[in-house]
Design a protein around this ligand. Sequence first.
Ligand SMILES: NC(=O)c1ccc[n+]([C@@H]2O[C@H](COP(=O)([O-])OP(=O)(O)OC[C@H]3O[C@@H](n4cnc5c(N)ncnc54)[C@H](O)[C@@H]3O)[C@@H](O)[C@H]2O)c1
Length: 439
Amino acid sequence: MREGRRPRREFLRLAAGAAASLPLIGIRRADASAAEKEIRLGVIGTGGRGRYLSGLMLSHAGTRIPAVCDIDPEAARSAVAIVEKGRGERPETYTRGPEDYLRMLEREDLDAVLVTTPQPLHARMSIAALRAGKHVYSEVAAATTLDECWGLVRAVEETGKTYMLGENVCYYRECSALEEMVRRGVFGELTYAECGYIHDCRSLWFRADGSLTWRGEGHRDGVGNLYPTHAIGPVARWLGIERGDRFISLTASSSRAAASRDYTVRRFGEDHPAARIEWKCGDMTSALIRTAKGALIEILYDTASTRPHPSTTHFLLQGTEAAYLFDGNRIYVRGRTKSYAWEPADACIAEFEPPFWKEHGEKARGTGHGGADYFTTLAFLETLRSGAKPPIDVYDAAAWSSIIPLSGASVLAGGAVEEFPDFRRGGSAGAPPAPGSSR
Ligand SMILES: NC(=O)c1ccc[n+]([C@@H]2O[C@H](COP(=O)([O-])OP(=O)(O)OC[C@H]3O[C@@H](n4cnc5c(N)ncnc54)[C@H](O)[C@@H]3O)[C@@H](O)[C@H]2O)c1
C-alpha cells in the first residue's frame, strides 16, 4: 500500500495544532539571583556512578560537596580526590558502616543528597534523606517494592522536599526530540510503544573469585523486570503517563535462565560453586502494560543473553501519523516521508531537537550517556534553584519503578494480570511547564 503525500503546509498545521498536548522535559532557567544560589550536596555511595555524578555536579557552577559516604573507605577516598580536584576543598567522609549515611544526613550544611548506592538501597536512603530535610537526586530505579514506592510518595508529600529520579535516557537527544515531536502532534494519536533494556551484564555479576556482586545477587534472587526505568522512562514521557494517562495493568512472563548458567559455567567451570547457582530471574522478561487511555506498551528486560548491544535501550513508537524505530534511527511520517517506507530520522531529530539540547549540546556531548547525564544533573540543580517541580518527580519514579514488583508477581503467578496502584490517588499532575516558560 502506498500512502498519498500530504503537502508540507498541512503537516506543519497538524504539528502546530497539537502543540502542548504533552509537556516536554525542561531545563528551567532560574532567575539571575537564584542562579547564584550555592547548592551543597552530600553523596551516598561513591562507586562508579557516585564518583562520576559527583564530578559532573561540580562541573556545574555554584555547587559544593561537603560530605561523602560509602561503606568502602577506598571508594570514599576516590571521591574525596575528585571533589578536591574540582573545588579545592576536602569533603568529610562517612565510612563507619551501612548506616553511617544517617550520621551524614544530620549535617545542617547539606541542601541535597545524591543516592548512588546499589539499587535495593535507593528507597530507604532517599526516604531517610527527605525526612532529614534534604532534597534528593536518586539513581535508578527509585525503589524495588510497592511499599517503598508508597514510602517515597509519602515522604515527598509530607516533607515538601524535592525528589528527582535521574533517569538519563529521557534526555538522550533522540528521545527528547521525539518527545518534542509528540508534543507538536507529529505522531498524531499514540497507540503503541515497544521499549527494552537489553544489555549483556553478566560480567558485572561476579567478582574475580566467582562471588556475586550486588548486581549478581539481584539476578539470582529477583524475578521479572529488575531494571525498567531506562526503557519505560522515555515511553512514559511520550505517552503522558502521570500527565493525563496512567498505567493500569501489566502481565509478564520470563524465559528460562539458560544464558545465565551458560556464562557462569564457561567462566568458572562446572565444579565451581557459582555453577550451582539457581538463577531465579529468567534471561528475558517481556511485559505488556495497558494504559487508562488505551495505549499498549511492550517492555523487555534482558541482561543475560548473548547479544551485541550497540545501544542498551530499544524503542519503537507508533502513532496514527508516524512511527519511529530507535534501532537504526528510522522514522516514517505520513505526508512527509517520500514513500511508504522507513527513512533515516536524522533530519527529523535535528528539526525537533529541543531548546535545551540546542543551548547546551556542545558542552553536554562530552559527558556520559551521549550527554544525557549532563542534563539530568543540570535539571536537578535548576529545579532546586527555581523552586519548580522536578521534571521526573516522585510519582513518575513510583509508577516506573513499580514495574519491578508487579512484573515479578505476574511472572510468579504464570503471567497473571497485576494492577498498578494510582500513586496520585486520583489527583492530577498537571503539566510541568515547557522549557523556557519560567524564563
Ligand atoms: N543511570 C545510569 O545510566 C546508571 C549507570 C550505572 C549505574 N546506575 C545505577 O547507579 C547505582 C550505583 O551503580 P554503580 O555502578 O556505581 O555501583 P557500584 O557498585 O560501583 O557502587 C555502589 C557503591 O555503593 C556503596 N555502598 C553499598 N552499600 C552502601 C551503604 N549502605 N552506604 C554507603 N555506601 C554503600 C558501595 O560500596 C559502592 O562503592 C545503581 O543503582 C545502578 O543501577 C545507573
